[in-house]
Ligand binder design. Structure first.
Ligand code: FMN
Length: 433
């Protein structure tokens, strides 16, 4: 007969192993929704970019992700942030960090607004509506593009957060005036006049893929669509994608053609070059000032000389921007202009840094250099492409958490405490990444 003590030994060992396992193994409650599962594991905007790349057809992803020509400026926008590090202060009592600030007279929870991006519905069927709702939930201003695929009215009705309207100057000034009036009537708080698109930049990824807007269905797009069934299913089920802000004008007095209203497939380059006025000048800024009572932001300033001119042109803010590296390849990184421009113009107008923001620490760096706030474009588009509206929420949460954490780790309790003393140049040799 086996002694009782010996017979129970393996059982005791088993239960000890089980106890140990129980203390170290945690089974997450399974997320019901595949999207929620995807998002839970996305720790950064970079992760969302990878998810978007998997979910979107190549042509669509490249339209969002790509830049002009050799994409030198596109890369410079993000590299400029990496070239600056922190000189953090400690023992400063950062139990209560306040990330709020003001921009154009409005208080914001953090120094961020969402940049205008055209044609958002190719990333997700809800498009601009999803972005506007997510921005409103976070209290972040959303700049609706002239080339949006949801109209000024639809976006205003969808969300009650701060909304601004971005203006491209059409050759047909009547159409511009009409859009500005619609923006005013629908409660948009500011206009953002984009001035870096006299002609369209050469985005070679789009050329190689024969990318058109709306995306045309051909043999290669059919294959691409089949490989990305979730996107394709959404795309074919939702109403046709159009330039929603100019659709009404297609048959109206402005005489805009069907193609120019985005009802037939065109390359964006052909469309822009036919519709936008390359003769745009400082007199047009004055004209816009005359037809709009609220704040105006000039977006696309790329030199100190033009920042000086802007400071006396009757606008309220400038966005230092190269259009996310999508226009002139070789233009300076937006971040590299912040300090020289702020030093040159002081606080004559507010300065927004636009281009390359992928982390909240980027926002902290730009503000410490002297920017009032940042715009972010692709960051939220990656979230939208990866997981629709919850993806945009996720990006905004990541950025807000990053800003708060970075400020705490730098020893800054408020935005006012962010200054250049907290920054240092990164030595590219010692700190290879
Ligand atoms: C897909 C896409 C579409 C864009 N469309 C517009 C637009 O319609 N009007 C505009 O002023 N800027 C447009 N931009 C530029 C953004 O407003 C912003 O300047 C740029 O995205 C900033 O760089 P980031 O993407 O690195 O944040 C677009 C950018 C992207 C990526």
């Amino acid at each position: 007969m086996v002694p009782a003590a010996l017979a129970s030994a393996p059982a005791r060992e088993d239960s000890a192993v089980f106890e140990t396992l129980r203390s170290v193994v945690r089974f997450d409650r399974p997320a019901l929704d595949r999207r929620a599962r995807r998002l839970r594991r996305a720790a950064s905007v970079g992760d969302l970019r990878r998810l978007a790349r998997r979910r979107l057809p190549r042509g669509v992803f490249d339209y969002i992700d790509g830049g002009a020509e050799d994409e030198v400026t596109l890369a410079a926008n993000t590299a400029a942030f990496r070239a600056i590090g922190f000189a953090p202060r400690v023992l400063r009592g950062v139990g209560d960090v306040d990330t709020s600030t003001t921009l154009l007279g409005r208080s914001l929870p953090l120094p961020l607004a969402l940049a205008p991006t055209g044609f958002s519905r190719i990333a997700d069927a809800q498009g601009e509506l999803a972005v506007a709702r997510a921005a409103a939930r976070s209290g972040i201003p959303y700049v609706l593009s002239t080339l949006a695929t949801r109209s000024i009215e639809e976006v205003a009705a969808a969300a009650d957060g701060p909304q601004w309207f971005q203006v491209y100057v059409w050759r047909d000034r009547g159409l511009v005036r009409e859009m500005v009036e619609r923006a005013a009537a629908n409660g948009y708080e500011a206009l953002v006049l984009t001035v870096d698109t006299a002609v369209f930049g050469r985005r070679e990824r789009d050329v190689r893929r024969g990318f058109s807007l709306p995306p045309a269905i051909g043999p290669s797009t059919l294959i691409d669509g089949a490989i990305h069934p979730a996107w394709t299913w959404q795309f074919v089920r939702s109403e046709p994608i159009r330039f929603a802000n100019v659709v009404g004008a297609a048959s109206g007095a402005s005489g805009t053609s069907r193609a120019s209203a985005g009802e037939t497939a065109v390359t964006l380059a052909d469309y822009v070059n036919a519709q936008f006025d390359p003769d745009l000048g400082w007199a047009d800024v004055e004209w816009l000032r005359g037809i709009w009572d609220g704040p105006i932001v000039l977006k696309g300033i790329q030199t100190v000389a033009d920042a000086r001119l802007a400071a006396t042109a009757g606008v309220d803010a400038i966005a230092l921007s190269n259009h996310g590296g999508r226009q002139l390849d070789g233009a300076p990184a937006a971040l590299s202009l912040v300090a020289p421009v702020v030093d040159a113009i002081g606080d004559a107008v507010e300065v927004i840094c636009d281009g390359g923001v992928r982390r909240g620490s980027d926002i902290v760096k730009a503000v410490a250099l002297g920017a009032r706030a940042c715009f972010a474009g692709r960051a939220y588009l990656y979230g939208l492409g990866a997981a629709g509206e919850p993806g945009v929420d996720h990006v905004l949460t990541l950025l807000a958490d990053d800003v708060r954490r970075t400020m705490a780790l730098c020893g800054a309790r408020s935005i006012a405490e962010l200054d250049r003393s907290l920054l240092r140049a990164v030595d590219p040799v010692d700190e290879r990444t």
